[in-house]
Ligand binder design. Structure first.
Ligand code: MN
Length: 188
């Protein structure tokens, strides 16, 4: 397995979308995922390939100037290390070690500029969960994109920054400890 880095940014542009970026050497391979990743292996999320980005793009959290629609806000929704398991034309599978996303995932091309992102069935899968709704805030600042766009501080629960994200991780781990495999729930 090849060690790598991944980042998922939530970007309020013309439409709100997630940018899934996976390091390949000195660039970030990138897909726009309108609905964001899921930990439910039954969920298939559309992932539209976009141009490679510089590694520095994956470090950006802030508000883009000069955008035409949307607030331009970008939060780092998740990030961490990735191990590339398979990398073939039209298919890449990998194991993520993020704050929210963990375990095996795969991206597979299903058509012209059309891929799907799925969670592999493993101990980190959370059938029935909705990680995007349950853990909306930045793993860096603890802010939602709306708080960032409005110049507001993070929510009270995350005043120290990132606490909201960490609380999500704690729930996640508890779910793994107490959950029946295949029935783990993030919601408390
Ligand atoms: Mn984007």
């Amino acid at each position: 397995m090849t060690p790598s880095h991944f980042v998922v940014q939530l970007h309020d542009a013309t439409t709100l979308h997630f940018d899934f970026r996976l390091q390949a050497g000195d660039v970030l391979r990138s897909w726009a995922v309108p609905k964001g990743p899921s930990l439910d292996p039954q969920v298939r999320r559309l992932a539209v390939p976009v141009e490679d980005h510089a590694l520095s793009a994956g470090d950006f959290e802030g508000v883009h100037e000069g955008h035409r629609r949307g607030s331009g806000a970008v939060i780092i929704w998740d990030e961490g290390t990735a191990e590339i398991v398979r990398d073939e034309p039209g298919h890449v599978s990998f194991v993520l070690h993020g704050h929210k996303l963990r375990g095996g995932f795969a991206l597979t091309r299903t058509g012209e500029r059309r891929w799907i992102l799925i969670k592999v069935r493993d101990d980190d899968a959370r059938p029935g969960s909705d990680i995007v709704t349950e853990c909306p805030a930045s793993v860096r600042s603890g802010k939602t994109w709306q708080q960032l766009a409005a110049g507001l501080p993070p929510g009270r629960c995350s005043a120290a920054g990132g606490l909201a994200a960490r609380a999500c991780v704690v729930k996640h781990e508890r779910a793994g400890i107490v959950g029946v495999p295949g029935q783990g729930q993030l919601a408390g």
